[in-house]
Write a protein of this length. Structure first.
Length: 610
């Protein structure tokens, strides 16, 4: 870019950039045809330069025009003020960057993509070699937000980096925008790439690509690239000097806290290109990160962190935790696939492995096809699990002299048992104001159930029904006066149910007006309550659970009352036979939940399988 004219110098005030065009900037996409004169100033305001944060205007051509207005020599900083900047691929298929560019996002400044659209940010490489691409690109506090719906699929933002250097992502958010068949960040034949203090959420993976990771560390090869920029050169050079530090990889959750979509697999790669002739991936630092509920990868060689032909790999001071997801085949797998490649210096140290419970082992080193893996150090790691029989480190085709395994601890977590529910033998006589009545029932039977089940009170319940200390006809029974519970019946239409009874005096339920299992309990006639509507149908499938969900003896909220039967984690991520499906419509809000019958024994939510 040439020097600014006298007119342009007159428009520069205290370093502030003023955009000059043929017409005043509007909000339509026709802006892409307007003329922008580049300036010598190094900082530009994206809104002042025409971008629109209204969540409606397509900003892809507008951002590209701003980038093109400044050359790499300008060392430009683009300031993105607060706003929701929509991107579509209607006019541009990709945003092409250049060297020496920094993006500074204000709080609540968001790049948004939706309706199944896809926009790559391209780091072009017109020449081969490590210097063939661009350098010095930084994103500060950027938010890239997508969405997923069944009609349009996943909306995608991806960083497609080829032969680039000194690329930085600081305190960024990558939210529900990972490609189902790809990644958030593709690092290909690049070096000095740093991802720090950032958050990655949500991975709606295609079933054949659920091994993909948020950050792929790979080679400069067309098959590795998310986007092929015209004129780019590829040469199978490996990436190196990559640091991923103090980041979060977390799932998207439903309001109940259960997994809506799993966390991305954090980092890795799966293929060595050119037989490693140009070198292999090396000097990778994955440190001080938190990973929760990554998608279970159930094959024997499946792993949430997977590297092939790598050296100088440091996985340290991270916490890997499952709260609602089930275990993978392995959690970390390091694999040498080439007989001519020698891998060295793999350090997995001081990590926390919390409730992962993999099917095979936590860490697996596989040299069965390779030329060697040496200098392995696995020390100072802590396992928290109720299961003590899962191997922590296993290897194949390696000598014990190549591995230092020490000071790893397994703090067995006591298995949490479901709260015991009082049965008929533990029933205690309730005390009250009035003297109890004599027993008149000749037959009584009781069934306890899970204490969180609920029902809705019938209309005018306070006028039609009484609250009892015990079922009528039981020894010591009496009816409470209005001060003892009728006020609650008028205030609340919802009650919690934990026991039912059948006797000469009729059918009864024991209820509470609070979710607390220790709340005061009352008995009421069954006809005073309305339960969820449940319908059943045949449904035959063989499926493998992926998420941790409670299992019951009956569908949750069945009027017969379901009991707890453990969780899907007890099944060990193994295939189960589904023979029946139930749909439960809530009497409180009309929402439908689907349940499956597992192995003819237990019921659980269908979402445990996807």
């Amino acid at each position: 870019m040439g020097k600014p004219s006298k007119l342009m110098l007159g428009l520069l005030v205290l370093g502030t950039v003023v955009g000059v065009g043929l017409t005043q900037f509007g909000t339509g996409t026709s802006q892409v045809n307007q003329t922008v004169v580049a300036h010598a100033a190094t900082t530009v305001n994206a809104k002042n330069q025409g971008m629109v944060g209204d969540g409606k205007t397509d900003n892809a051509p507008l951002l590209q025009r701003i980038i093109n207005a400044y050359s790499a020599d300008d060392n430009v900083t683009i300031h993105v003020p607060k706003g929701n900047y929509l991107f579509t691929n209607a006019e541009l298929k990709a945003i092409v960057l250049h060297s020496n560019i920094t993006f500074n996002f204000d709080k609540d400044a968001v790049f948004q993509i939706q309706n199944g659209d896809r926009i790559p940010f391209v780091y072009p490489s017109p020449e081969a070699g490590y210097d063939g691409g661009i350098s010095n690109v930084t994103w500060n506090n950027a938010t890239f937000r997508g969405d997923y719906n069944k009609a349009d699929g996943q909306s995608v933002f991806v960083q497609s980096i080829n032969h680039a250097s000194n690329v930085n992502f600081n305190d960024c958010t990558f939210d529900n925008a990972e490609s189902p068949t790809g990644h958030y960040i593709d690092i290909d034949g690049s070096h000095d790439v740093n991802v720090k203090g950032s958050t990655f959420t949500g991975f709606n993976a295609s079933s054949n690509f659920d091994y993909k990771e948020a950050i792929q560390v790979d080679y400069s090869n067309t098959k590795a690239m998310s986007y092929h920029e015209s004129g780019d050169k590829y040469d199978n050079l490996p990436s190196y000097d990559v640091t991923v530090d103090h980041n979060n990889f977390i799932p998207l959750s439903n309001t109940s806290g259960s997994v809506k979509s799993f966390a991305p697999n954090p980092i890795g790669e799966h293929v060595v290109y050119g037989k490693g002739a140009g070198g292999i991936i090396h000097d990778i630092h994955f440190t001080n990160n938190y990973v929760q509920d990554a998608k279970p990868l159930l094959s024997d060689d499946g792993a949430n962190i997977h590297f092939v032909c790598v050296s100088n790999l440091y996985i340290s001071n991270n916490t890997f935790e499952n709260k609602n997801a089930l275990g993978s085949g392995n959690y970390i797998r390091i694999f040498n696939t080439s007989p001519i490649v020698k891998m060295s210096n793999i350090q997995i140290t001081n990590n926390n492995f919390v409730n992962l419970d993999p099917n095979n082992r936590y860490i697996y080193f596989d040299n069965s096809k390779g030329g060697g893996i040496t200098g392995v150090v696995v020390t100072g790691n802590k396992i928290t699990s109720a299961k003590s029989n899962i191997p922590f480190v296993l290897s194949n085709g390696m000598s014990s002299s190549d591995m230092q395994i020490s000071k790893n601890t397994n703090n067995k977590q006591a298995k949490i048992k479901a709260t015991d529910i009082n049965n008929t033998a533990k029933l205690k006589k309730l005390t009250g104001k009035y003297k109890g009545n004599k027993a008149t029932n000749k037959k009584e039977s009781y069934v306890s159930g899970y204490a969180s089940q609920y029902a809705k009170l019938a209309a005018n319940v306070a006028k039609k029904y009484g609250l009892y200390s015990h079922i009528k006809g039981h020894a010591g029974w009496y009816i409470y006066n209005k001060k003892d519970g009728f006020a609650n019946m008028k205030k609340s239409r919802m009650v919690y149910v934990d026991m039912r009874a059948t006797a000469d005096s009729g059918k009864w339920y024991r209820i509470r007006f609070s979710s607390s299992a220790n709340a005061r309990k009352y008995w009421i006639r069954a006809s005073a309550l309305k339960f969820d509507k449940i319908t059943y149908e045949s449904y035959e499938r063989t499926l493998t659970p992926l998420k941790k969900y409670t299992m019951y003896t009956k569908v949750f909220d069945d009027p017969q009352l379901a009991k707890l039967a453990g969780t899907t984690a007890d099944l060990g991520s193994k295939p189960v036979q589904i023979t029946q499906r139930a749909r439960r419509v809530s009497v409180l809000n009309g929402k439908t939940s689907t349940y499956y019958l597992l192995n003819g024994k237990y019921w659980t939510r269908a979402v445990a399988f996807y």
